[in-house]
Design a binder for this molecule. Structure first.
Ligand code: MOS
Length: 677
């Protein structure tokens, strides 16, 4: 199907959070900390309050009331302690955005600064073992004897990979409009990946019962994880609206988004791999070092994909975290899998060269019968099918394995491959389906369409379950007053909401008028399986020996991700993900300012993402899987697997082109030239 909201989006009629016409609206603009650690001595708002149109200044001088247990990034102006540079320390409310912004610059904040530490190091004395890593997985796993496996190996690879701070950068900035009614009920137009969870968290932070808060996010211009939980603008708008007795809009600037809407932790990853003479792994170890803030523990699950990928008698994975004077990292574009599989799949490529094997054959000989760390059977797994189909399409058999020998004028040419994986989960959801007076069907679920086409996919799912034409189905989503639903995140939106929609439609069919579903019990009864999608990424690069520029001349992804509900939407998801993987490989990087704390590069002029001209030839195909264990649609999530493996495939292709292995992302022209191939 074409996207249902396609027309309103391309004609500018789709209403995003900042665009709701609200009577009497005024504006809030934040003031940010200029130190990375210390204490606010005082906030002098006198000059700001005297400026045109200013209605109020919020700060810790007179902390606005929040729930006693509000903490972390959302506990605005509750404490005088500064946890990181860029943290919100005050805000001005004024009649216009310009007046609010001008007055914010006039708020004088005095600080007692302390020394800060914003540098992740693998030997940091503050490293510790968190109780779990996201989303509640074991921090460490150990099976067999890694040292013995390495000692017995014919080939050993010991390598360290590093990935930088990355920022989500959705096109639509984080924005909220908050309106209180006369009975003390709060309506927030926010930009959220899930209105149910957003409502629950906002209610908790504000100390309100959940039924007194409503969150509406009908259209969302991307999130990539940064809108998975409410961000400070929503709390700021609510507090400011309460303070001035009028509706308030708070829109973060692109620069502010870099500070307070989350980012991907940098990682340092140590891998040790041993293989016997046939290339079969004798040991595999993956240790990830990561950061969080002093405000909250966020432990990215970087080494977890290594637990499920390859057969080995000895397998150890571990995560260590250090709490620095930085903003709290958060969910971003295949959290865990994207950086973790970059390191694992690069190390596998190194092992293939060290063992003199083809990188595809190395993966094939290490294909496991059951999930390596748990011993569980896979609900379905077709990594080998993806590798074989990709090899056929990419003409892999014509590849000369020798690195650094193909030249086309100034350009060195190489190809690389990497495996991809992402969990196939689902979460409890509710949904309602009703037959309308006019004979059409209305389907309601508090799902979010963050640009993925959720409305369209759910229409297809409902039409299939009802056995009617999709034209007769009308899906309503993006409102916490609708049946409760989990976030669009973890690539499990469609599987979660779709399950509830199918059940509601089934009940409607038997009832004739209405069907209401809650999949909590159904999901609790799910059988024990290892549930993951798999894929294979193939890249061809051209590396300029003059400028060090890397051009990706071909990118092919082959995926085994369950039943594909809508080929057009799926292709967009896959190639969009692969494009993000290209950004991760070659461009995206936020530098941390060691001296002052905070981030350098705070706009899209300096934080580079791929443009159309960078994406020359990208193709995604899939092997449609019939997996009956997953959900009524037989689908696996496809939002994030396109990202995973892409950076490794490109890095491996750069090695094949140049003969030099770069182990720190992104692979910039400067690094290529420094490698002096
Ligand atoms: Mo995604 S980072 O799971 O919203």
């Amino acid at each position: 199907m074409n996207r249902i909201e396609g027309r309103v989006k391309v004609t500018g009629l789709a209403t995003y959070a900042a665009e709701y016409p609200v009577e009497g609206l005024v504006h809030a603009f934040p003031v940010q900390s200029q130190i990375a650690k210390g204490r606010i001595r005082q906030v002098d708002a006198a000059q700001a309050l005297a400026m045109p149109g200013v209605l109020a200044v919020l700060s810790s001088e007179d902390p606005p009331e929040l729930a006693a247990d509000a903490s972390g990034e959302l506990a605005l102006f509750q404490s005088r302690e500064v946890a990181y540079r860029g943290q919100l320390v005050a805000a001005v409310v004024a009649d216009t955005l310009d007046n609010a912004r001008a007055a914010a610059a006039a708020v004088r904040v005095g600080y007692d600064p302390d020394d800060h530490d914003v540098s992740l190091r693998a030997d940091h004395p503050g490293l510790y073992k968190p109780d779990t890593v996201n989303p509640g997985l074991p921090t460490d796993t150990e099976k067999g004897d890694v040292e013995a496996g390495l000692a017995a190996a014919a080939t050993v690879v010991e390598v360290t990979y590093a990935t930088p701070v990355l920022h989500n950068n959705p096109m639509e900035p984080h924005a909220a409009i908050a309106c209180w009614d006369d009975e003390g009920r709060l309506l927030v137009y926010d930009t959220a990946q899930g209105t149910t969870w957003s409502r629950d968290i906002l209610a908790r932070v504000l100390g309100l019962p959940a039924d007194r808060v409503r969150v509406v996010s009908r259209h969302v211009g991307g999130g990539f994880g940064s809108k998975g939980t409410p961000r400070p603008q929503a709390v700021l708008a609510a507090l400011a609206a309460r303070a001035v007795g009028r509706p308030v809009k708070a829109v973060l600037t692109r620069q502010q988004m870099f500070d307070v809407t989350g980012y991907r932790t940098p990682t340092i990853q140590r891998l040790r791999l041993g293989a016997d003479a046939e290339g079969r792994l004798t040991a595999l170890e993956h240790v990830a070092y990561e950061q969080s803030s002093t405000l909250e523990e966020f432990a990215e699950q970087t080494a977890t994909p290594t637990r499920i990928m390859y057969a080995t008698p000895a397998l150890r994975t571990a995560h260590r975290l250090v709490r620095l004077d930085v903003a709290t990292p958060s969910w971003m574009r295949a959290p865990g899998e994207a950086p973790g599989m970059y390191a694992l799949e690069s190390a596998m490529d190194e092992l293939a060269y060290a063992a003199g094997m083809d990188p595809i054959e190395l993966r094939v000989v290490n294909e496991p019968d059951t999930e390596p760390h748990s011993g569980l059977p896979y609900s379905s797994r077709d990594l080998v099918g993806c590798l074989r189909e990709g090899a056929r399409r990419f003409e892999w058999e014509r590849r000369d394995p020798r690195p650094g020998v193909r030249r086309d004028g100034e350009w060195l040419v190489g190809t690389g491959v990497a495996a991809s994986t992402y969990p196939a989960r689902r979460r409890p959801s509710r949904a309602r389906a009703v037959r309308r007076e006019d004979g059409d069907y209305l389907v309601q679920v508090a799902a979010a369409d963050i640009g993925t086409g959720a409305r369209t996919a759910l229409t297809t799912i409902a039409a299939g379950a009802l056995g009617v034409d999709p034209e007769q189905v009308h899906v309503e989503l993006g409102d916490s007053d609708l049946p409760a639903a989990p976030v669009a995140g973890g690539s499990m939106g469609t599987a979660s909401w779709g399950s509830a929609v199918v059940r509601a439609c089934e009940e409607l069919k038997s009832d004739g008028r209405e069907g209401v579903a809650d999949t909590t019990e159904e999901i609790e009864g799910d059988a024990q399986f290892a549930r993951h999608a798999f894929g294979a990424q193939f890249a061809e690069v051209r590396v300029s020996s003059v400028t060090g520029e890397v051009r990706v001349s071909r990118l092919l992804g082959v995926f085994a991700a369950g039943h594909i509900i809508d080929p057009q939407l799926a292709r967009s998801q896959f190639i969009g993900g692969m494009t993000m993987g290209m950004g991760m490989a070659l461009m995206e990087e936020t530098l941390t300012d060691e001296e002052f704390g905070g981030f350098l590069r705070r706009d899209l002029a300096q934080y580079h993402v791929p443009a159309c001209a960078d994406v020359r030839d990208v193709e995604a195909v899939w092997l449609d899987e019939r997996d009956v264990e997953l959900n009524p649609m037989g689908s696996k999530g496809i939002g994030e697997i396109g990202i995973v493996g892409t950076a490794a495939a490109i890095g491996n292709a750069v090695f094949h082109a140049t003969g030099h292995r770069l182990r720190e992302l992104p692979i910039t022209p400067a690094k290529i030239l420094m490698s002096r191939f």
